[in-house]
Ligand binder design. Structure first.
Ligand SMILES: [Zn+2]
Length: 242
């Protein structure tokens, strides 16, 4: 993808994460690879509120050599550790979105939780979720970045981080944001259904696998969704592209 277009799309993803309340002000982090080898990527700079994200305010960094890079020095330490290891070790993860969005994080904080195949949106994630069940504090050590990246090594696209949040990886920014959106929608529904205390009607594995396949083959769904979101920003919030 064109580097400037990647900047605009990633800025739009931050703006919409703020609108949908997936963010925590200046915390949480999104990145997108811009080089063919995936080693060069855009990421938010320290102190940038998600609701004020702009294309020109994103840092362009590489997966190595943070110490000598003044731009990389302006990236949050935990963001750097997590995203640099995933971009380096998981090449298919062109876009990485990490949030502590409330409903998914609530589920990630339940003991031994498995994402339930409870509705059509949830079935989109059938057999695509990995779990990190051992919260180990903030990811400030390289070993922690490497450990988290290894959890995505077997082809999973979604990672539930116990007592912490979620991480989504995808080939494009539009695809990653679409995943994040439906993940939180499905998580919200699960929290509501669990709160009733009634017996849950779980979709069987065969049907869930079918629905997942149908989701993934649905033409241009993520691209059209993200284009519509950018259209809305163009009315009144068009400075995100600056
Ligand atoms: Zn986090």
């Amino acid at each position: 993808m064109d580097h400037q277009q990647a900047r605009r799309e990633l800025a739009a993803a931050f703006r919409w994460a703020a609108r949908l309340d997936y963010h925590e002000g200046i915390a949480n982090h999104f990145s997108a690879a811009v080089s063919d080898d995936g080693q060069e990527f855009l990421i938010n700079t320290r102190g940038m509120h998600f609701s004020r994200a702009q294309a020109s305010r994103l840092a362009l960094v590489t997966t190595t050599d943070r110490a000598s890079d003044p731009v990389a020095q302006n990236v949050d330490a935990t963001a750097w550790i997590l995203h640099s290891f995933i971009h380096r070790n998981v090449p298919r993860a062109r876009c990485i979105l990490h949030t502590h969005m409330p409903y998914a994080t609530a589920l990630a904080s339940l003991k031994d939780f498995e994402f339930l195949m409870l509705d059509q949106n949830a079935c989109r994630f059938y057999d695509r979720i990995a779990y990190d069940r051992h919260y180990a504090g903030m990811a400030l050590e390289p070993t922690e970045g490497e450990r988290v990246a290894s959890l995505l090594a077997d082809g999973k696209d979604i990672l539930f981080l116990a007592n912490h949040g979620v991480l989504v990886v995808a080939d494009t920014i539009a695809q990653a944001f679409d995943e994040l959106y439906y993940l939180e929608k499905a998580a919200q529904l699960q929290v509501i259904a669990l709160s009733t205390g009634r017996e849950l009607q779980i979709v069987d594995n065969e049907t869930a696998a079918l629905a997942c396949k149908q989701w993934r083959e649905y033409p241009e769904a993520a691209e059209l969704h993200f284009a519509a979101l950018m259209d809305i920003l163009d009315i009144g919030s068009a400075d995100y592209i600056k």
